[in-house]
Ligand binder design. Structure first.
Ligand SMILES: [Zn+2]
Length: 282
């Protein structure tokens, strides 16, 4: 189910609440290198799966509020000028890798791809941490490229974003909030179920969440009223794309000029041309 509360204004409210509650923000790299983590703390991470413009809007908002976050870019979303500007503003830029899926499960080829992509990112920004992209249409888990002897340290990396999630389940009691599916879908002792962004805000206000790991996918947040209205339809289209392709042709044949300008029709056109886009999910 897709819930309300995922506009940039909601995100601002979340961050402002955290600041009012004196949360200390950490990028993933800062989390790995800090001598100590000051409580209460939030590790703030963004996976830029698509819609780079939304990532820019989020980063600008965070910069305005004096907050640094980590932005993981895929090769398909990495734009050197945008990434280096984020880095200049104090954000961390990381690599959202999917090399094992792209190499169709061939571990040696995945490492060759990984090394080349990392090198090309590092022409523009310093990459210290990485995060795997979930490739929904691939049978291969990108994290499996680390099942051989090679480690991120071999690539001069501090670590993987997943290492924090692993700790969240075990050693430290960091609460993991992820907007996957535009539903935070978490549960906090003493607070209860967390679904809408207002629930996360309540959790931050409660004083019961001293350590938080927050993942927000910029593509899942609307940056204007227009998008807030249109985007759920777009997601629906992406999920049921092939079934709707026939509908596109019907729309085109009726020649509705107003409808032609909407995002949903643009999205459907894309689907009609290429089939369901790969890797559109996180
Ligand atoms: Zn992703």
């Amino acid at each position: 189910m897709q819930l309300a509360g995922f506009s940039l204004l909601d995100y601002r409210h979340l961050l402002e609440t955290a600041l009012e509650q004196n949360y200390n923000f950490y990028t993933v790299a800062e989390y790995f290198t800090a001598d100590s983590i000051e409580s209460p703390s939030i590790v703030l991470r963004h996976d830029v799966d698509r819609r780079v413009g939304n990532a820019v809007a989020m980063a600008e908002l965070e910069t305005e509020l004096g907050i640094d976050a980590t932005y993981y870019f895929r090769t398909s979303t990495f734009e050197p000028s945008i990434a280096s500007r984020m880095e200049t503003e104090g954000h961390e830029v990381g690599y959202h890798y999917e090399d094992l899926a792209k190499a169709r499960g061939n571990v040696n080829r995945s490492h060759a791809r990984f090394a080349a992509n990392l090198e090309s990112f590092r022409q523009h920004v310093s990459i210290e941490t990485i995060c795997s992209h979930g490739s929904p249409l691939s049978p291969h888990l990108n994290t499996d490229m680390w099942k051989d002897a090679r480690t991120p340290a071999d690539y001069d990396l501090l670590g993987k974003a997943y290492d924090i999630e692993a700790a969240a389940d075990g050693s430290d009691d960091r609460v993991y909030f992820s907007d996957t599916g535009r539903d935070w879908n978490a549960s906090v002792p003493g607070i209860g179920a967390i679904h809408e962004t207002d629930d996360v805000i309540r959790a931050l206000e409660s004083g019961d969440c001293s350590a938080v790991y927050l993942l927000a996918h910029p593509s899942r947040w609307s940056t204007s009223h227009f998008q807030r209205v249109e985007r759920p339809s777009w997601d629906l289209a992406a999920e049921t794309g092939k079934a709707l392709v026939g509908g596109v042709h019907a729309i085109q044949q009726t020649g509705g000029h107003v409808a032609e300008q909407t995002r949903i029709v643009q999205a459907l056109r894309t689907l009609a041309g290429t089939g369901t886009p790969r890797s559109e999910r996180e």
